[in-house]
Design a binder for this molecule. Structure first.
Ligand code: PMP
Length: 391
Protein backbone atom coordinates (compact mmCIF):
# COMPACT_ATOMS: atom_id res chain seq x y z
CA UNK A 1 0.00 0.00 0.00
CA UNK A 2 1.44 3.37 -0.90
CA UNK A 3 0.81 6.38 1.25
CA UNK A 4 0.91 9.78 -0.31
CA UNK A 5 3.30 12.13 1.39
CA UNK A 6 0.89 15.03 1.61
CA UNK A 7 -1.36 12.94 3.78
CA UNK A 8 1.23 13.37 6.52
CA UNK A 9 0.77 17.08 6.73
CA UNK A 10 -1.72 18.03 9.40
CA UNK A 11 -4.91 19.38 7.88
CA UNK A 12 -5.69 21.54 10.88
CA UNK A 13 -2.76 23.90 10.32
CA UNK A 14 -4.02 24.92 6.89
CA UNK A 15 -7.04 26.76 8.23
CA UNK A 16 -7.30 28.92 11.35
CA UNK A 17 -8.38 26.84 14.31
CA UNK A 18 -11.91 26.97 15.58
CA UNK A 19 -12.75 29.04 18.66
CA UNK A 20 -10.31 28.46 21.52
CA UNK A 21 -12.29 26.60 24.17
CA UNK A 22 -9.93 27.80 26.90
CA UNK A 23 -8.98 24.33 28.04
CA UNK A 24 -5.61 23.53 29.63
CA UNK A 25 -2.76 22.95 27.17
CA UNK A 26 -0.09 20.82 28.80
CA UNK A 27 3.33 21.13 27.14
CA UNK A 28 5.34 20.51 30.29
CA UNK A 29 6.53 17.00 29.42
CA UNK A 30 8.41 15.98 26.30
CA UNK A 31 5.86 13.35 25.36
CA UNK A 32 6.53 12.57 21.68
CA UNK A 33 2.93 11.96 20.59
CA UNK A 34 3.43 13.94 17.36
CA UNK A 35 4.78 10.69 15.89
CA UNK A 36 1.53 8.77 16.40
CA UNK A 37 0.13 10.00 13.10
CA UNK A 38 3.04 8.60 11.10
CA UNK A 39 2.83 5.20 12.79
CA UNK A 40 -0.94 5.09 12.30
CA UNK A 41 -0.37 5.69 8.59
CA UNK A 42 1.97 2.67 8.53
CA UNK A 43 -0.93 0.48 9.63
CA UNK A 44 0.14 -3.10 10.25
CA UNK A 45 3.62 -2.73 8.79
CA UNK A 46 5.19 -2.51 12.24
CA UNK A 47 2.79 -4.79 14.08
CA UNK A 48 4.57 -7.41 16.17
CA UNK A 49 2.97 -10.63 17.38
CA UNK A 50 4.62 -12.48 20.26
CA UNK A 51 3.35 -15.91 21.26
CA UNK A 52 3.06 -17.01 24.85
CA UNK A 53 6.03 -19.36 24.60
CA UNK A 54 8.44 -16.81 23.16
CA UNK A 55 11.03 -14.65 24.94
CA UNK A 56 10.61 -16.45 28.23
CA UNK A 57 14.27 -16.64 29.26
CA UNK A 58 16.14 -13.91 31.15
CA UNK A 59 19.01 -14.40 28.73
CA UNK A 60 19.53 -13.18 25.16
CA UNK A 61 23.16 -13.82 24.20
CA UNK A 62 25.43 -15.00 26.99
CA UNK A 63 28.53 -14.46 24.81
CA UNK A 64 27.83 -10.73 24.70
CA UNK A 65 28.98 -8.41 27.50
CA UNK A 66 25.43 -7.11 27.61
CA UNK A 67 23.90 -10.59 27.92
CA UNK A 68 20.27 -9.33 27.87
CA UNK A 69 20.70 -7.45 24.57
CA UNK A 70 18.55 -9.00 21.81
CA UNK A 71 20.66 -9.37 18.66
CA UNK A 72 17.79 -8.23 16.41
CA UNK A 73 17.66 -4.95 18.34
CA UNK A 74 21.46 -4.54 18.28
CA UNK A 75 21.56 -5.17 14.52
CA UNK A 76 18.80 -2.65 13.86
CA UNK A 77 20.63 0.02 15.89
CA UNK A 78 23.88 -0.49 13.98
CA UNK A 79 22.02 -0.49 10.66
CA UNK A 80 20.20 2.76 11.40
CA UNK A 81 23.27 4.62 12.73
CA UNK A 82 25.19 3.60 9.60
CA UNK A 83 22.45 4.90 7.33
CA UNK A 84 21.87 8.16 9.17
CA UNK A 85 25.57 8.71 9.84
CA UNK A 86 24.96 10.23 13.29
CA UNK A 87 27.19 7.94 15.36
CA UNK A 88 30.15 5.63 14.94
CA UNK A 89 29.25 2.09 16.00
CA UNK A 90 32.50 0.33 15.06
CA UNK A 91 34.59 -0.65 18.06
CA UNK A 92 31.68 0.00 20.44
CA UNK A 93 29.80 -2.16 22.88
CA UNK A 94 26.05 -1.70 22.91
CA UNK A 95 24.31 -1.66 26.28
CA UNK A 96 20.52 -1.60 26.26
CA UNK A 97 18.57 0.10 29.04
CA UNK A 98 15.00 0.71 30.19
CA UNK A 99 15.02 4.12 28.56
CA UNK A 100 18.19 6.15 28.50
CA UNK A 101 17.07 7.09 32.02
CA UNK A 102 18.29 3.72 33.30
CA UNK A 103 21.48 4.03 31.24
CA UNK A 104 22.17 7.41 32.83
CA UNK A 105 22.20 5.79 36.25
CA UNK A 106 24.18 2.82 34.95
CA UNK A 107 26.83 5.11 33.52
CA UNK A 108 27.23 7.05 36.79
CA UNK A 109 27.64 3.76 38.66
CA UNK A 110 30.12 2.49 36.06
CA UNK A 111 32.33 5.58 36.09
CA UNK A 112 32.72 6.01 39.84
CA UNK A 113 35.47 4.16 41.69
CA UNK A 114 34.08 2.00 44.49
CA UNK A 115 36.51 3.12 47.16
CA UNK A 116 36.73 6.89 46.67
CA UNK A 117 36.59 8.94 49.87
CA UNK A 118 34.25 11.54 48.35
CA UNK A 119 31.34 11.19 45.91
CA UNK A 120 32.27 12.17 42.33
CA UNK A 121 30.92 15.49 41.05
CA UNK A 122 28.44 15.37 38.15
CA UNK A 123 28.05 18.58 36.14
CA UNK A 124 26.36 19.87 33.00
CA UNK A 125 26.30 23.35 31.45
CA UNK A 126 23.15 25.33 32.33
CA UNK A 127 20.51 25.25 31.05
CA UNK A 128 20.71 21.47 31.57
CA UNK A 129 18.09 18.70 31.28
CA UNK A 130 15.95 19.06 34.41
CA UNK A 131 16.05 15.35 35.26
CA UNK A 132 19.85 15.19 35.65
CA UNK A 133 20.01 16.73 39.16
CA UNK A 134 16.96 14.74 40.28
CA UNK A 135 18.21 11.41 38.92
CA UNK A 136 21.69 12.01 40.33
CA UNK A 137 20.66 12.78 43.90
CA UNK A 138 17.38 10.99 44.61
CA UNK A 139 19.02 7.92 46.17
CA UNK A 140 21.71 9.97 47.97
CA UNK A 141 24.48 7.83 46.55
CA UNK A 142 27.89 7.77 48.18
CA UNK A 143 29.43 7.32 44.72
CA UNK A 144 28.38 10.55 42.99
CA UNK A 145 26.63 13.86 43.62
CA UNK A 146 25.12 16.60 41.51
CA UNK A 147 27.50 19.60 41.35
CA UNK A 148 25.43 21.87 39.10
CA UNK A 149 26.38 24.15 36.23
CA UNK A 150 29.55 23.00 34.47
CA UNK A 151 30.50 26.64 33.74
CA UNK A 152 30.80 27.22 37.50
CA UNK A 153 32.68 24.03 38.34
CA UNK A 154 36.09 25.01 39.68
CA UNK A 155 37.18 22.08 41.87
CA UNK A 156 40.43 20.34 41.07
CA UNK A 157 39.04 16.82 41.40
CA UNK A 158 37.57 14.07 39.20
CA UNK A 159 34.21 14.88 37.64
CA UNK A 160 31.68 13.60 35.12
CA UNK A 161 30.39 16.13 32.58
CA UNK A 162 27.16 15.50 30.71
CA UNK A 163 27.20 16.94 27.23
CA UNK A 164 23.71 17.01 25.76
CA UNK A 165 23.75 17.82 22.07
CA UNK A 166 21.40 19.07 20.71
CA UNK A 167 20.65 20.30 24.18
CA UNK A 168 17.45 19.83 26.15
CA UNK A 169 16.01 22.47 26.86
CA UNK A 170 17.48 25.05 24.45
CA UNK A 171 18.36 23.00 21.35
CA UNK A 172 21.96 24.24 21.16
CA UNK A 173 24.74 22.10 19.71
CA UNK A 174 27.21 21.58 22.49
CA UNK A 175 30.73 20.52 23.37
CA UNK A 176 32.31 19.96 26.80
CA UNK A 177 32.97 23.15 28.75
CA UNK A 178 35.10 22.15 31.77
CA UNK A 179 37.95 20.47 29.88
CA UNK A 180 40.16 19.44 32.75
CA UNK A 181 42.38 16.38 33.00
CA UNK A 182 40.35 14.42 35.51
CA UNK A 183 37.05 14.69 33.67
CA UNK A 184 35.00 11.94 32.05
CA UNK A 185 32.50 12.92 29.38
CA UNK A 186 29.10 11.37 28.80
CA UNK A 187 27.41 12.47 25.59
CA UNK A 188 23.61 12.39 25.70
CA UNK A 189 22.63 12.39 22.02
CA UNK A 190 18.90 11.82 22.46
CA UNK A 191 18.11 14.53 19.87
CA UNK A 192 20.94 13.98 17.38
CA UNK A 193 18.56 12.88 14.63
CA UNK A 194 17.84 14.55 11.26
CA UNK A 195 14.30 15.72 12.06
CA UNK A 196 15.75 18.04 14.74
CA UNK A 197 19.17 19.17 13.55
CA UNK A 198 21.48 18.91 10.53
CA UNK A 199 23.64 15.79 10.95
CA UNK A 200 27.10 17.27 10.45
CA UNK A 201 29.34 14.31 11.37
CA UNK A 202 29.10 10.84 12.92
CA UNK A 203 29.52 11.36 16.68
CA UNK A 204 32.60 9.49 17.88
CA UNK A 205 32.72 9.88 21.66
CA UNK A 206 33.66 7.34 24.33
CA UNK A 207 30.19 7.08 25.86
CA UNK A 208 27.11 8.03 23.85
CA UNK A 209 23.49 7.68 25.00
CA UNK A 210 20.54 7.38 22.62
CA UNK A 211 16.85 6.82 23.24
CA UNK A 212 14.04 5.19 21.32
CA UNK A 213 11.74 7.87 22.82
CA UNK A 214 13.00 10.82 20.77
CA UNK A 215 14.18 9.02 17.66
CA UNK A 216 11.00 7.19 16.57
CA UNK A 217 8.68 8.56 19.29
CA UNK A 218 8.14 5.29 21.16
CA UNK A 219 8.67 6.63 24.67
CA UNK A 220 6.30 4.05 26.16
CA UNK A 221 8.49 1.16 24.99
CA UNK A 222 11.10 2.45 27.49
CA UNK A 223 14.25 1.63 25.54
CA UNK A 224 17.57 3.37 25.20
CA UNK A 225 21.00 2.28 24.13
CA UNK A 226 24.55 3.26 25.00
CA UNK A 227 27.49 3.03 22.59
CA UNK A 228 30.51 2.46 24.80
CA UNK A 229 34.15 2.22 23.74
CA UNK A 230 35.67 0.88 26.95
CA UNK A 231 34.94 -2.76 27.74
CA UNK A 232 35.19 -2.29 31.52
CA UNK A 233 32.66 0.55 31.44
CA UNK A 234 30.29 -1.58 29.33
CA UNK A 235 30.68 -4.44 31.84
CA UNK A 236 29.95 -2.23 34.83
CA UNK A 237 26.92 -0.66 33.14
CA UNK A 238 25.64 -4.17 32.43
CA UNK A 239 26.27 -5.07 36.08
CA UNK A 240 24.20 -2.09 37.21
CA UNK A 241 21.27 -3.12 35.05
CA UNK A 242 21.61 -6.71 36.25
CA UNK A 243 21.37 -5.55 39.87
CA UNK A 244 18.66 -2.99 39.15
CA UNK A 245 16.25 -4.93 36.90
CA UNK A 246 18.03 -8.19 35.82
CA UNK A 247 17.99 -7.06 32.21
CA UNK A 248 15.64 -5.15 29.91
CA UNK A 249 12.29 -6.24 28.45
CA UNK A 250 12.80 -8.54 25.48
CA UNK A 251 9.28 -7.83 24.27
CA UNK A 252 10.25 -4.17 23.99
CA UNK A 253 13.50 -4.96 22.18
CA UNK A 254 11.77 -7.15 19.60
CA UNK A 255 9.16 -4.48 18.95
CA UNK A 256 11.86 -1.80 18.72
CA UNK A 257 13.84 -3.91 16.24
CA UNK A 258 10.80 -4.11 13.99
CA UNK A 259 10.21 -0.37 14.17
CA UNK A 260 13.85 0.62 13.70
CA UNK A 261 14.13 -1.69 10.70
CA UNK A 262 11.04 -0.08 9.21
CA UNK A 263 12.69 3.34 9.62
CA UNK A 264 15.86 1.98 8.02
CA UNK A 265 13.84 0.50 5.12
CA UNK A 266 12.05 3.81 4.60
CA UNK A 267 15.36 5.62 4.04
CA UNK A 268 17.17 2.72 2.34
CA UNK A 269 18.20 4.56 -0.77
CA UNK A 270 19.98 7.31 1.07
CA UNK A 271 19.39 11.02 0.73
CA UNK A 272 17.77 10.60 -2.69
CA UNK A 273 15.11 8.42 -1.15
CA UNK A 274 11.94 10.40 -1.53
CA UNK A 275 9.85 7.43 -0.53
CA UNK A 276 6.53 8.67 0.68
CA UNK A 277 6.98 6.82 3.95
CA UNK A 278 10.46 8.23 4.67
CA UNK A 279 10.32 8.55 8.46
CA UNK A 280 12.83 11.36 8.83
CA UNK A 281 11.20 13.40 6.05
CA UNK A 282 7.96 13.17 7.97
CA UNK A 283 9.63 14.36 11.17
CA UNK A 284 11.67 17.04 9.42
CA UNK A 285 8.66 18.52 7.62
CA UNK A 286 6.47 18.47 10.68
CA UNK A 287 9.10 20.15 12.87
CA UNK A 288 9.75 22.76 10.16
CA UNK A 289 6.05 23.55 9.99
CA UNK A 290 5.75 23.79 13.76
CA UNK A 291 8.74 26.05 14.18
CA UNK A 292 7.42 28.38 11.48
CA UNK A 293 4.05 28.41 13.21
CA UNK A 294 5.61 29.09 16.63
CA UNK A 295 7.89 31.87 15.34
CA UNK A 296 4.88 33.53 13.68
CA UNK A 297 2.90 33.37 16.95
CA UNK A 298 5.83 34.77 18.96
CA UNK A 299 6.26 37.56 16.42
CA UNK A 300 2.58 38.43 16.57
CA UNK A 301 2.32 38.55 20.36
CA UNK A 302 5.53 40.58 20.83
CA UNK A 303 6.00 39.47 24.45
CA UNK A 304 8.41 36.58 23.94
CA UNK A 305 11.64 35.65 22.22
CA UNK A 306 13.16 32.40 20.96
CA UNK A 307 16.77 31.32 20.42
CA UNK A 308 18.23 31.70 16.95
CA UNK A 309 20.37 28.99 15.41
CA UNK A 310 22.97 28.90 12.64
CA UNK A 311 21.93 26.89 9.59
CA UNK A 312 23.82 23.88 8.35
CA UNK A 313 23.65 21.23 5.68
CA UNK A 314 22.58 17.80 6.82
CA UNK A 315 24.88 15.09 5.51
CA UNK A 316 22.04 12.63 5.74
CA UNK A 317 19.14 14.46 4.09
CA UNK A 318 21.06 17.18 2.18
CA UNK A 319 18.56 19.70 3.54
CA UNK A 320 20.09 23.05 4.43
CA UNK A 321 18.28 24.21 7.55
CA UNK A 322 18.36 25.69 11.03
CA UNK A 323 17.88 23.37 14.00
CA UNK A 324 14.21 22.80 14.81
CA UNK A 325 14.47 21.38 18.32
CA UNK A 326 12.07 19.10 20.16
CA UNK A 327 11.62 21.87 22.73
CA UNK A 328 11.14 25.60 22.42
CA UNK A 329 13.17 27.60 24.92
CA UNK A 330 10.94 30.63 25.25
CA UNK A 331 11.94 33.80 27.02
CA UNK A 332 9.39 36.23 28.42
CA UNK A 333 10.36 39.80 27.55
CA UNK A 334 9.09 43.14 28.93
CA UNK A 335 8.51 43.07 32.66
CA UNK A 336 7.30 39.48 32.94
CA UNK A 337 9.49 37.86 35.57
CA UNK A 338 7.80 34.50 36.07
CA UNK A 339 7.26 33.16 32.58
CA UNK A 340 5.91 29.78 33.73
CA UNK A 341 3.36 31.48 36.01
CA UNK A 342 2.41 33.96 33.30
CA UNK A 343 1.67 31.21 30.77
CA UNK A 344 -0.11 29.14 33.42
CA UNK A 345 -2.57 32.01 33.85
CA UNK A 346 -3.31 31.51 30.15
CA UNK A 347 -3.72 27.79 30.86
CA UNK A 348 -0.53 26.84 29.06
CA UNK A 349 1.57 24.49 31.20
CA UNK A 350 5.33 24.66 30.63
CA UNK A 351 8.48 24.01 32.67
CA UNK A 352 10.18 27.08 34.15
CA UNK A 353 13.87 28.00 33.88
CA UNK A 354 14.75 27.18 37.49
CA UNK A 355 14.34 23.45 36.77
CA UNK A 356 17.14 23.81 34.22
CA UNK A 357 19.49 25.81 36.44
CA UNK A 358 18.64 29.29 35.08
CA UNK A 359 16.20 32.14 35.78
CA UNK A 360 12.35 32.20 35.78
CA UNK A 361 12.17 34.40 32.67
CA UNK A 362 12.63 31.20 30.61
CA UNK A 363 10.31 28.27 29.99
CA UNK A 364 10.67 25.03 28.09
CA UNK A 365 7.78 24.08 25.83
CA UNK A 366 7.38 20.68 24.21
CA UNK A 367 7.17 20.82 20.40
CA UNK A 368 6.19 17.14 20.22
CA UNK A 369 2.49 17.17 21.14
CA UNK A 370 -0.28 15.96 18.83
CA UNK A 371 -1.24 18.37 16.00
CA UNK A 372 -4.47 19.52 17.55
CA UNK A 373 -2.78 20.47 20.84
CA UNK A 374 0.11 22.20 19.15
CA UNK A 375 -2.21 24.22 16.91
CA UNK A 376 -4.31 25.32 19.86
CA UNK A 377 -1.12 26.34 21.66
CA UNK A 378 0.21 28.57 18.85
CA UNK A 379 -3.22 30.12 18.33
CA UNK A 380 -3.52 30.97 22.00
CA UNK A 381 0.07 32.21 22.27
CA UNK A 382 -0.37 34.57 19.34
CA UNK A 383 -3.41 36.12 21.06
CA UNK A 384 -1.55 36.89 24.28
CA UNK A 385 -0.50 40.50 24.27
CA UNK A 386 0.40 43.25 26.70
CA UNK A 387 -3.23 44.17 27.34
CA UNK A 388 -4.07 40.69 28.54
CA UNK A 389 -0.85 40.80 30.53
CA UNK A 390 -1.80 43.94 32.46
CA UNK A 391 -5.42 43.04 32.88
N1 PMP B 1 18.16 12.48 27.96
C1 PMP B 1 17.55 13.57 27.48
C2 PMP B 1 18.39 14.73 27.07
C3 PMP B 1 16.16 13.59 27.37
O1 PMP B 1 15.55 14.70 26.93
C4 PMP B 1 15.41 12.47 27.77
C5 PMP B 1 13.91 12.43 27.65
N2 PMP B 1 13.25 13.58 28.02
C6 PMP B 1 16.09 11.38 28.29
C7 PMP B 1 17.47 11.42 28.35
C8 PMP B 1 15.38 10.15 28.79
O2 PMP B 1 14.76 9.44 27.80
P1 PMP B 1 14.14 7.98 28.02
O3 PMP B 1 14.34 7.55 29.43
O4 PMP B 1 12.70 8.10 27.65
O5 PMP B 1 14.90 7.10 27.08
Amino acid sequence: KTVSYSSFLPTSTAAPAAQDDGSIINLDHGDPTMYERYWQQMGDRTTVVISGWQLISYFSDVRNICWFLESAFANAIVRLHKQVGNAVTEGRHIVVGTGSTQLYQAVLYALCPENASEPMSVVSAAPFYSSYPLMTDFLKSGLYKWAGDAYKFSKDEPYIELVTSPNNPDGASRVAVVNRKQGILVHDLAYYWPQYTPISFPADHDIMLFTFSKSTGHAGTRLGWALVKDEEVAKRMTKYIELNTIGVSKDSQIRAAKILNHVADSIEHGPESKRSDNFFEFGYNLMALRWAQLRAAVHRSDLFSLPSFPSGTCRFSSHHFKPQPAFAWLKCERDIEDCEGFLRRHKILTRGGKHFGVGPEYVRISMMARDEIFDRFTDRLSMINLESHHR
